[in-house]
Design a protein around this ligand. Structure first.
Ligand code: 5GP
Ligand code: ZN
Length: 114
């Protein structure tokens, strides 16, 4: 989608610090990290949110979690722990309307959600 920030990041029209890329998935550092490790993992396909995932997306969604697992290991948080979050819609606090999974870790995150 032409006016989507994350599609522009996928197309390299906006620079980002890429940590992983394949034909379907991109992972890059969040521009405003809330913890020492804060990575966004996205499908390259413009899917708005979990609400918009369709059956044929199941492969890429599964692979995103394999990427998250590998990045957690690489970033040294697999043992200490981390959080994976995807915000959906207004009440979920979703600011960018392109499906993304936050991988957050490197400090104790506490029990509070959000
Ligand atoms: P949401 O609130 O939609 O779940 O999360 C959107 C995330 O995208 C935020 O954590 C925000 O810091 C990040 N973000 C927004 N614009 C950019 C950008 O241009 N580059 C990068 N790397 N991250 C961004
Ligand atoms: Zn998009």
């Amino acid at each position: 989608m032409s006016d989507c920030i994350f599609c522009k990041i996928v197309n390299k029209e906006i620079p980002s610090e890429v940590l992983y890329e394949d034909d379907q998935i991109l992972a890059f550092k969040d521009i405003n990290p809330v913890a020492p490790v804060h990575i966004l993992v996205i499908p390259k396909k413009h899917i708005i949110s979990v609400n918009d995932i369709i059956d044929e997306d199941s492969g890429v969604i599964g692979n995103i979690f394999i990427v998250i697992k590998k990045l957690a290991l690489q970033q040294g948080v697999a043992e200490t722990g981390y959080r994976v979050i995807t915000n959906v819609g207004r009440d979920g606090g979703q600011e960018v309307a392109h499906l993304h999974f936050h991988l957050i870790g490197g400090k104790e995150l506490g029990k509070k959600i959000g």
